[in-house]
Design a protein around this ligand. Structure first.
Ligand code: CA
Ligand code: CA
Ligand code: CA
Ligand code: CA
Length: 339
């Protein structure tokens, strides 16, 4: 029976390498697309301008001057979120035309009526992040009313990169068969950011396990490195079940922690924990030997929540104390190892 279990464990270890969780990558930017001749309450286009970017003449709530086949003199768009990259596809009418977006001016190279190059093009603008995007064309009046004809516009929203948090999950090793209620994660933020602003309601471990808020988070400096940290707890069973659900029974596991500050600024960090699913393996080195017995004996009588409590030695009832039942259980598995 034991042999069968061990060969199963060996098989699962092979899989575990595949399922190790790597730190999450930043999300791709999102964008909003705009097309001509569609009503947009957040867009205003003007057919005429004297070239200074101020609109004149009638205003249309769409991406065009309806009178001049999608050409605009000035176009204003107000986006719900800041935009930092713009793509606009279309063509000028007659040479020459310049197109300006939020103060950045580019020469238009392609024209649909006449000019050096016939055709269409995509002009791109890296703008300072803003919710207001304004396009305007060069001198553009009623007696020369052609500007830039728009086929489509894409406004890319800024996705702030998450702050790099330093995360330390405690304990540093995790026996997946030992029991206790919670594990702790200490979070430090980069200089200039206050851990008191961490919104603990949205903190997640590995994108799935929320913080256990039955006890309030603690702000302090647990490691004495003068960088303030906030300690949040997670339900240990949820964490170990998550790891076991990935068929991991032994080895190093990356635990990702993600969250936001109250102002929405995202942060992310991770810690690497060594895990073992071997009953009796207190130090999680893949075997049950005298070191495990010594470690458990060293915390004999320790109670949950006490200073010398070691969850990784808690293999038997009663679950709130390390006692003879835990030592007997460890001894019963003496000599076993992950093959
Ligand atoms: Ca740790
Ligand atoms: Ca600290
Ligand atoms: Ca061990
Ligand atoms: Ca116990």
């Amino acid at each position: 029976m034991k042999k069968r279990v061990m060969s199963l464990i060996a098989m699962l270890i092979t899989f575990s390498a595949i399922f190790l969780n790597l730190p999450m990558e930043a999300k791709a930017q999102g964008y909003h697309e705009y097309y001509p001749n569609i009503f947009y309450a957040n867009a205003q286009s003007y057919p005429y301008t004297d070239g200074n970017g101020l609109g004149e003449g009638p205003v249309f709530n769409e991406i065009s001057d309806a009178a001049y086949s999608n050409e605009i003199g000035v176009l204003n768009i107000i986006e719900p979120n800041a935009v930092n990259y713009v793509e606009i596809h279309g063509s000028g009418c007659e040479y020459p035309v310049k197109l300006t977006c939020n103060g950045i001016t580019k020469d238009v190279s392609y024209y649909h009526d006449s000019g050096p190059m016939m055709g269409e093009e995509t002009l791109t603008f890296n703008i300072t992040a803003s919710t207001h995007v304004t396009f305007n064309t060069t001198i553009h009046r009623t007696d020369n009313n052609h500007g830039f004809r728009i086929n489509w516009i894409k406004l890319y929203n800024v996705t702030p990169s998450p702050l790099a948090a330093v995360v330390d999950v405690k304990p540093d090793v995790l026996n997946l068969r030992a029991r206790c209620r919670r594990i702790k994660a200490y979070i430090e933020l980069p200089e200039g950011y206050d851990v008191n602003n961490v919104n603990v309601l949205v903190v997640l471990l590995n994108g799935t396990v929320p913080a256990d808020l039955t006890e309030p988070p603690v702000v302090g400096d647990y490691d004495g490195d003068t960088i303030p940290d906030i300690m949040v707890k997670f339900n240990r069973t949820q964490v170990t079940e998550y790891i076991l659900s990935k068929s991991i029974v032994f080895g190093d596991v990356v635990l990702n922690l993600t969250g936001n500050l109250y102002d929405g600024t995202p942060f992310t960090g991770y810690d690497i924990e060594r895990v073992s699913a071997l009953v009796g393996d207190v130090d999680c080195n893949g075997k049950v030997n005298i070191l495990d017995v010594t470690k458990a004996a060293g915390v004999y009588g320790a109670k949950e929540g006490g200073p010398d409590w070691n969850c990784n030695a808690n293999f038997a009832k009663p679950w709130d104390i390390i006692d003879i039942c835990d030592l007997v259980t460890i001894a019963a598995h003496y000599g076993e190892e992950i093959p």
